[in-house]
Design a protein. Structure first.
Length: 337
């Protein structure tokens, strides 16, 4: 058995170098050559233990392992076989396409479907928007989850926290670069340029000022939150626009009415309830005697509690009930709570 410790030139050759050498390098291995012994292989594996750990994971994380990242629970290289992976890929793609359909449908519905009250398609406007939005969100979310569950490797990796601050030399170099850049601009010695820059940049702060007039008390020319569409002498109409004539409502009856003004039947705070009772049943102050005509009296249906519609009228007690929080108003006594 020939000496394998020294090469032809007399230099010592390590076991690691000889194991790395391809076939045909140096001396040929004969039947009795023991240069691939268990001792040599073990020595090579122990030397490259970190690299072997990355290769054992098999997901391209060798560089992460070299930089201090520890793989706690390595997953499989390929979670599914080829056929199952292609099927899962098609499912994920189908969910993403479903999201595209949902987005397109939402935009088309938002633009094309009429939402004005009273049109044929207005009841379907909001449900269609919700349906297409659900398709878009569920498509993206379910597709991402299915992708992660079936096609991505499930493994946990941990990396120890390192100091956030850079080295003092790096910070000093960065400060020097910034200072040199400021000097190169010429601002320290060119006062006209510096002052004009400050004036121009400072004037940009004035841009949002006009937008402030659209907020707060400047939002509307009229105080829309304190007034309604009702005005003195306005005629009462139904939701279809037909007028309500005096005497059409029987004693004890009620009718939902709106002011006969443009958009009066659309404003949420304009809906009112016309109630007719016997004139002797009304108990009002002297200053409000002219607020009712022949037992006809009108109250807003907007509850003073939280704005719910109050339309439940009890004929015997003349009570108005709020269906949301059970507030009770006496219609015969100026809607006393």
């Amino acid at each position: 058995m020939s000496d394998v410790s020294n090469g032809p030139s007399g230099d010592q050759e390590s076991v690691r170098d000889r194991l790395k050498a391809p076939a045909g390098h140096g001396e040929q291995s004969g039947p009795g050559d023991s240069r691939g012994s268990d001792l040599s292989t073990s020595d090579f594996q122990q030397t490259d233990s970190r690299t072997d750990a990355a290769e054992a994971v098999g997901h391209g994380h060798g560089q992460l392992v070299e930089h201090g990242t520890t793989v706690l629970h390595p997953g499989k290289r390929v979670p599914l076989d080829d056929a199952a992976a292609r099927a899962a890929e098609r499912k994920v793609a189908g969910l993403f396409l479903l999201a595209v359909v949902g987005v397109v449908g939402f935009v088309v519905c938002f633009i094309a479907v009429p939402f004005d009250f009273g049109t044929d398609y207005s009841p379907a406007y909001t449900p269609l928007l919700g349906l297409f939005m659900t398709m878009a969100l569920v498509g993206v979310g379910a597709g991402a989850v299915l992708w992660a569950k079936t096609l991505m490797v499930d493994e946990e990796m941990v990396q120890e926290r390192h100091p956030f601050a850079s080295e003092p030399e790096t910070r000093g170099e960065a400060a020097a670069i910034l200072a040199a850049g400021f000097q190169d601009t010429g601002l320290p010695r060119r006062s006209l340029l510096r002052n004009s820059l400050l004036l121009g940049a400072g004037s940009l702060a004035i841009l949002p000022v006009p937008l402030l007039f659209g907020l707060g008390r400047y939002q509307h020319k009229e105080d829309a939150l304190r007034t309604t569409s009702w005005k003195k002498g306005v005629r009462l109409v139904r939701s279809d626009g037909s007028p309500v004539k005096l005497g059409e409502v029987a004693v004890g009856g009620v009718e939902t009415v709106f002011p006969d003004v443009p958009g009066g039947n659309k404003a949420a705070d304009s809906a009112s309830l016309l109630i007719r009772m016997r004139p002797d049943e009304l108990v009002v102050r002297e200053s409000r005697k002219d607020w009712s005509v022949d037992g006809h009296i009108v109250y807003s249906v907007v509850c003073t509690h939280l704005g719910c519609p109050v339309k439940l009228y009890e004929q015997q007690t003349h009570h108005l009930f709020c269906p949301c929080h059970q507030s009770t108003f006496d219609a015969s006594r100026e809607a006393k709570v």
